[in-house]
Design a protein around this ligand. Structure first.
Ligand code: 6GU
Length: 223
């Protein structure tokens, strides 16, 4: 999978790229690259935003600035290029990210993530350049960068081989293996801690009963 992150703050992603599951994914041949929106702006002095029509506080990222960055990256017209890949604008008002959307995105060959700042993008970025507008939850962040990292984190760990343990992504919260339910509780040593015991059944060695118990716990968390 190839992921391009379009941002005014490419430095933010240096740390993220260094994390183990991200490095694992990159070592497998996947790509995660940042594109600086300022680098290709058609405006003078690196300008990328402008005051909103109709007045009001804050600045809005211009559609022609995003267009230029996409066109330079893709080597083709940005509207035409949209039809060839998923283009995700990160914005608080978008479709809320969930496990189903993560699965959907993990199946893509190529993703472009557009990180907004200030008051966000000119609406024509959402309507004409993006294929999706995605939010990571009902609260407002200062910009789309952390949201893009959340999307990348959730998507990259779905890719085969990105996690150390092959089964880790299979039977986890909200996965099909658990019928879309949250994950069952986990315990490790010590068996007793401050009088709080690990459930006896997990230490019984009876794999059938352990499986049943976990399925039941998982169902209970659904309620
Ligand atoms: Cl994608 N962007 C911003 N700025 N705030 C958010 C968000 C995105 N998702 C939740 N809050």
């Amino acid at each position: 999978m190839n992921i391009d992150v379009f941002t005014l703050f490419p430095d933010w992603f240096h740390w993220f790229r260094g994390q183990r599951h991200v490095r694992n994914a990159l070592a497998l041949g996947h790509r995660l690259e940042t594109v600086d929106l300022r680098a290709t702006t058609p405006l003078s002095a690196g300008q990328v935003d402008d005051t909103p029509y109709g007045g009001g506080a804050g600045m809005v990222i211009r559609v022609d600035v995003v267009e230029a960055a996409l066109a330079a990256r893709w080597g083709e017209d940005a509207v035409a290029g949209r039809g060839r890949r998923r283009v995700i604008a990160l914005a608080p008002g978008g479709r809320q990210l969930d496990e189903a959307l993560v699965q959907e995105l993990a199946a893509e060959e190529e993703l472009a993530l557009l990180c907004g700042r200030y008051e966000g993008f000119d609406e024509r970025v959402h309507d004409q350049l993006a294929t999706d507008v995605v939010s990571i939850g009902p609260y407002v962040l200062a910009g789309g960068e952390l949201a893009a990292m959340v999307v990348c984190d959730a998507v990259l760990r779905k890719l085969p081989g990105a996690l150390g343990h092959v089964d880790s992504a299979l039977e986890e919260s909200f996965s099909a293996a658990l019928g879309g339910a949250p994950e069952y509780p986990h315990y490790t040593r010590p068996a007793s801690w401050r009088g709080h015991e690990v459930p006896e059944i997990l230490r019984s060695g009876d794999h059938g009963r352990v499986r049943e118990w976990r399925a039941e716990q998982s169902r209970r968390r659904l309620r």
